[in-house]
Each structure stands twice: as C-alpha cells, then as structure tokens.
Design a protein around this ligand. Structure first.
Ligand SMILES: Nc1ncnc2c1ncn2[C@@H]1O[C@H](COP(=O)(O)OP(=O)(O)OP(=O)(O)O)[C@@H](O)[C@H]1O
Ligand SMILES: [Mg+2]
Length: 255
C-alpha cells in the first residue's frame, strides 16, 4: 500500500470564546492530519465544534492557539491579506445556504470568484465557469438570478463557484442541509464524482446519506477528535452496507 500524503495538519489546535466572564473551550488541543485524495467527513453532536474546526483549518477564523499547515506552509501566523490570498487560490467553500450574490446570474457568480484568483485570464475563467456549470447540471439556469432558480440549482452553482479556481481543498459545511432528498443525492453524486477525480474534500455533515460518501470519517466530541474510521471509495451498490457500517460506528460513538 502506498503511503498517504498529508495535505493539512493541525497541531495543538485550540479555540475558546469568552463566555460570562469564563472561557468556552470549543476546540481542545486537536492534533489532526488530513490526507491527500480523501473525502474526509466530520461528524459529531450539535455544538461539538465541527464548524469551528472547519473555519480554523480553512483560515476563515483564527484559532486561539495551535498551528495549521496546508501542504508545506503554515497558515497560522500569516497576515490576514496572505490568508485571504491563500483562500482565494487554494480553497473552495460550500455552506448550507448557497450564499450567491443576488444581483448576479449564476454564471456571473461563478466568474467573479474566478477573477479573484490570478490563475487564469478572463476568457479562460468564462470557459471554465461554463464547463463547470455544465458538469453541475445547471447550464440551463446559468443566466438566471439566484432568486429565479431552485435551491438545488443554487447549491450546484455554489459548488461550481467553489471549484472555479481548482482548489486544493474543498470545504463543505452541511452542504445538503437545506436540500430535499433528490437534490441531496444529486449534490452528493457531484461531490463524489469530484473526489473520484482527485478533489480533496473536507465536509461536515449530520446526514447519513452524506456521511457514507466518505473515505475517512472523524468524530468530534467536546472539541476533540475521539473516533475515526476509513472506508474504500464510495460505490452506489454498496450504499446500504456502508450505511450499516457508519451507523454501527456512530452508535459506538454514542451519537
Ligand atoms: N463566535 C462565537 N462566539 C461564541 N461562541 C461560539 C461562537 N461560535 C461558536 N461558538 C460556540 O462553540 C460551540 C461549537 O460551535 P460549532 O458551530 O462549531 O458547533 P457545530 O459542531 O458546528 O454544531 P452544529 O452541528 O449545530 O452546526 C457552540 O457551543 C457554540 O455556541
Ligand atoms: Mg456547524
């Protein structure tokens, strides 16, 4: 078996919030490695610190202490401007809500993010935006405003936007949390397809249907990683047996 390559690493990661004169320790000395090629899923009870961990790893928020490294470089300690540049070039984000800019079409929303990076010329950004919206099955809606498309279409456009700069890591926080069953499956199929082509994904979810897409699952409890499980790449025929496997793992975590 080939050795796994570490793409992200957190050491001694802590995050505390002031709370009625005391401190609420939301991340409690997390040591964590994320491997290249994985579809990593973080689960855990509400309030366990999942979103906080995602924000700290992605540089969206600063940890109270500890170090985050991406590839060979440290994110912690970079200036805000440098972190913003790294995020624009290397990271993509998908949230529960699509958060598209309301007065821009889906196509323009994707392009604007492409312009933030210096990786491509304008013409190339346009071509890639179109190609991605096609891959996400929203080409028909791409000239409409976010208010004129369905929630599923908006979320698929948000994934296209997250992918426009070929991110080294795609972060997703409950990306299917606001979608119906059909759109959930479609978004998960798209994410699985991206991972199959090598896209690194780090996703927080409560949803069993989403969790079974993982190649590696982490369980967070009170700001600590207390459990982990790896699985082979997702195959549709095995969905039921994966569900059973994840359910058994979660119940051993007292989920
Ligand atoms: N900016 C903040 N200020 C104060 N407390 C915060 C802040 N952000 C998060 N917290 C607290 O940190 C804890 C963890 O929050 P977090 O959002 O990371 O949980 P989560 O695991 O993502 O939960 P959920 O599944 O409900 O999204 C919660 O108790 C929350 O109230
Ligand atoms: Mg959360």
């Amino acid at each position: 078996m080939t050795e796994k390559v570490i793409i992200m690493k957190a050491s001694g990661l802590c995050k505390s919030f002031a709370n009625n004169g005391g401190q609420n320790h939301v991340l409690d000395m997390i040591d964590l490695e994320i491997y290249d090629g994985d579809f990593t899923v973080i689960m855990g009870a509400s309030g366990a610190g999942k979103s906080t961990l995602l924000y700290a790893l992605s540089g969206m928020d600063q940890p109270t202490s500890g170090v985050v490294c991406y590839k060979e470089g440290k994110i912690s300690g970079l200036k805000e401007k440098e972190i913003a540049a790294l995020r624009a070039e290397e990271f993509g984000f998908v949230f529960q809500q699509a958060h598209l800019i309301s007065n821009l079409t889906l196509f323009e929303n994707v392009m604007v993010t492409g312009y933030l990076s210096k990786k491509r010329k304008e013409k190339e950004v346009k071509e890639r935006a179109k190609e991605l919206l096609g891959r996400m099955h929203v080409e028909k809606a791409m000239d409409r405003l976010p208010s004129q498309v369905s929630g599923g279409e908006a979320q698929r456009a948000a994934i296209a936007r997250a992918m426009i700069n070929e991110p080294g890591m795609l972060f997703a926080d409950e990306p299917t949390g606001a979608l119906n069953k059909r759109n959930t499956q479609e978004v998960l199929d798209l994410l699985t397809g991206l991972n199959e082509k090598g896209q690194n994904i780090l996703m927080v979810t409560h949803d069993m249907k989403a969790a079974i897409r993982a190649t590696r699952l982490l369980y967070l409890e009170d700001g600590r990683v207390v459990g982990e499980m790896t699985m082979p790449a997702y195959r549709k025929e095995e969905a039921r047996s994966r569900e059973k496997q994840v359910e058994a793992w979660l119940s051993s975590m007292e989920w």
